[in-house]
Each structure stands twice: as C-alpha cells, then as structure tokens.
Design a binder for this molecule. Structure first.
Ligand SMILES: Cc1cc2nc3c(=O)[nH]c(=O)nc-3n(C[C@H](O)[C@H](O)[C@H](O)COP(=O)(O)OP(=O)(O)OC[C@H]3O[C@@H](n4cnc5c(N)ncnc54)[C@H](O)[C@@H]3O)c2cc1C
Length: 395
C-alpha cells in the first residue's frame, strides 16, 4: 500500500479563492497542496468578463454584497482590498483598464490573471494537482485525511474553495456543500444569481422579434434598483440591469422596469401634446428608445394616435406602461448560464476573521461556496481574493 502524502494544508478547488489562499499560506511558510478535479486551474477566471476578467472594482462597498449575514464579509474585504489586488496586477505588469462604473478588466486576456496567480503560487512552492478528485474526507486527531484519485493525503488544515453551482460544464459541483453538511454545517438555500430572466410562452409570443434590442433602464425588485442596460434575447431579458436584479428577484414577483428613466414621462407627453400635437406616439418615443422597440411596445400596449388625440387618462396609462412596466418573469436561465450561486455555507457558522468553521476545527470555507454573493462588476472576484487571503493568513 502506498504511504499517505503528508502536507500542512490541502485546498480543494484551484479557482480564484483557492489560488489566493494558497499564495498567502505559502508566504507564511505553510506546505500547501492545491487540488482540483478539472484539467485546468482557474477555469472560471479564464471565461470571466467575456475573456478579459473583470478582476475587481474601484468602488468596493458593503452594499455590493448579498448574504444572510450582512456583516460577515466586511472584515475580510477590509483586510485585502481592491488596492491590494491591483498592486499584484501592477507588480506583474498586466495591462488593465476601467470599463465603466469602476470595473477593472485586463487589456489583453483573462489568462494573464491565472498566469499571475500560478506564478505567485509556484514561487511559494505550492503543489498544484489537477485531475485530482476527492472521494472521502475524514477528521483525524491531528487534522484530516483525504482519499483522492492520487492516493491518501494527510493534512492539518483543510480549505474548501470549490465555488458555486453555476456553469457545471466548467467543473462546478455541489461538493463543497456536501463537505459542509458532513461536518455539521447548515447551507443557506442556493439559487442562481446574475442570470437572465425568462419569458413565459405567452410573453415569448408578445415580445417576438425584439431579440438583440437594448435600452438603458432602471429596474427594481424587492426594494433594490439598478440603472444599467437591458437586452431582449430569444428567451427573455438579459444585460447587466437584468443580471443585477435577478439576484434580488424571487419567483412569482414582478420586476418593475422604467424604459425611459431620464424622463418624467407623463409631464413629457403632456408637453409634447401641446408643442407637437400632430406627431405620432411612436415617433415621440423613438427619440428616446430604439425605433423597433418603441414601435413594438406601442403596438402592444397603446392605442395608436397622434399626440393631440390622446386623453389625459390615456397619457397616464401610456406613461405607466413605459416607466413602470411590471414584468413577471417565468423564471431564470438557471445555473447553465448564471454567473454566481446565491446562498451557500452559512456564514453564521464561520469566523469572519479566519474563515474557519466554528463547528469543525481546522476546516475553512472561502469564495463562492460561502453565502456571500457580489453584484456584477468584479465584486465576486474581490470576495474570492479577500476571503482566500483572510484564510491564508491563518491556516
Ligand atoms: C461566465 C462567468 C463570468 C464571470 N465573470 C466574472 C467577472 O468578470 N468578475 C467577477 O468578479 N466575477 C465573475 N464571475 C464570478 C466568478 O467567476 C466567481 O464568483 C469566482 O470564480 C468564485 O471563485 P471561487 O474560487 O470561489 O470558485 P471557482 O473560481 O468556481 O473555483 C472553484 C474550483 O473548484 C473546483 N472544484 C469544484 N468541485 C470540485 C471537486 N469536487 N473536487 C475538486 N475540485 C473541485 C473547480 O474545478 C474550480 O476550479 C463570473 C462567473 C461566470 C460563470
């Protein structure tokens, strides 16, 4: 029988959080083994930000994170900030730019970030093992023993960095939640976040032909609102505004969409009625929305007349349709296309300082597997870096 591999620390999951944790623990002289069942490390980093990785945001704020415990993430985020990650990116001379709203992207490709993290990990003698799957984990008197496809591994500390459930084809698995349950943790119910919302059969017919059209809108659901672009697709609504609000929307509820957020629409229509009475409604709305979109929605929602011929009540109804469209999605596209998983390992059972389990000593949870989810815009990576760094300082 082969002897067990012995190491100080095993990290399961060589994604964003796992790589950062490995680097920080390695810097402290810990002997680290970073294992992943996939054929490549950092696969989600590679596909992120349209291949350019939106690796952080200039304006990281507590308001950008969703968790059952709205205090849990603060400590880690304040100890490893966006500036720490930017400093690392600059140290490696990776060119980057701000796209909008503080979102930082690589100029070239996301693999620059993976290469940077792997180089840092290797310089700390981190042992990275790909194609390594774990079949069993048991606690021992001195730590943990893992049965894996490369043999038994004994370690003092075990870090779970297996990410969430989105994009199963990229190596996502529910394994982190299984381990959490095995060691006595509660899981805050998981669901897809930052995900397109879908049309019902009826809505598909009503909005047929609009795929590809977009508008800058204000969306609101459950007391949260976002002002960004929305895109009609063949299946429903997407674009940053919709992805953001999807993390707050609950099945059966409405998303209220203001298609003309820069206008007090009723006042505007009343004004146009006076100044341009012979102009048609489609023409008026086309000055602020894509023409095909204005045309389609006027056909769907309004009597078609010249401005002079609308009654006050009709103007009120038109303005309500366009500035408070109550859209009831049939659902979401689910984990197949979601960027993140909401919910996860209950933060109330983890130390916010070290990320260690309060239930099982020596066991740590970091990154997306924990019930902390960021808004769109680099916040999910910032949580992965920060929680990975926090655990790396203590494991
Ligand atoms: C298409 C897409 C684009 C995105 N773009 C951005 C962006 O631009 N900016 C941003 O901030 N966030 C983005 N995100 C979200 C971001 O990728 C994640 O929040 C982040 O990767 C989470 O880091 P993590 O280390 O916790 O998990 P991951 O990066 O998912 O890493 C988990 C690792 O664990 C491994 N693993 C899973 N199960 C097992 C197992 N059983 N055994 C061994 N290994 C296992 C996986 O193979 C993977 O390598 C995007 C997500 C998607 C899907």
């Amino acid at each position: 029988m082969n002897e067990a591999i012995k190491t100080d620390l095993v990290i399961i999951g060589a994604g964003a959080a796992g790589l950062m944790c490995a680097i920080k623990a390695g810097e402290r002289g810990r002997k680290v083994m970073l294992i992943d069942h996939a054929n490549k490390v950092g696969k989600k980093i590679l596909m992120s930000g349209g291949g350019r990785c939106n690796f952080t945001n200039l304006f990281v704020d507590d308001e950008n994170f969703i968790s059952k415990n709205s205090h849990y993430f603060k400590s880690a985020l304040s100890r490893f900030t966006q500036w720490d990650f930017i400093a690392l990116v600059e140290k490696h001379k990776i060119p980057y730019h701000e796209k909008s709203l503080g979102q930082l992207f690589c100029d070239n490709k996301a693999s620059d970030i993976v290469q940077m993290l792997v180089t840092e990990a290797q310089s700390q003698a981190v042992e990275i093992r790909k194609h390594c799957s774990v079949t069993q984990v048991d606690q021992t008197a001195t730590g943990f023993v893992l049965e894996t496809s490369i043999g038994s591994i004994q370690c003092e500390s075990l870090v779970i960095a297996t990410g969430g459930l989105s994009i199963p084809t990229m190596g996502a698995s529910g394994y982190g939640y299984d381990i959490a349950r095995q060691f006595g943790h509660q899981i805050v119910t998981t669901r897809a976040g930052l995900v397109p919302l879908t049309f019902s059969e009826k809505q598909l017919r009503l909005f047929d032909g609009l795929a590809g059209l977009s508008a800058e809108v204000n969306v609101e659901s459950n007391g949260q609102s976002f002002r960004e672009f929305m895109l009609f697709t063949h299946r429903g609504l997407s674009g940053p505004a919709i992805l953001q609000i999807s993390s707050y929307w609950k099945i059966g509820e409405a998303v209220t969409i203001n298609l003309l957020p820069d206008l007090d629409l009723l006042e505007y229509l009343k004004e146009v009625q006076k100044t341009r009475p012979k102009v048609g409604l489609v023409r008026v709305l086309s000055e602020h929305l894509a023409k095909n979109l204005a045309q389609h929605l006027v056909n769907l929602w309004c009597p078609i007349k010249n401005m002079a011929d609308y009654s006050y009540k009709e103007l009120e109804e038109i303005s309500e349709k366009f500035s408070q469209w109550r859209f009831y999605p049939s659902g979401t596209e689910g984990y197949r296309t979601a960027e993140v998983t909401l919910g996860g390992v209950d933060p109330l059972e983890l130390s916010s300082k070290t990320m260690e389990s309060k239930v099982t000593k020596g066991l740590y949870f970091i990154g997306e597997v924990v019930d902390v989810t960021g808004h769109l815009g680099g916040f999910n990576f910032q949580w992965a870096w920060a929680s990975g760094a926090a655990a790396g300082e203590f494991v």
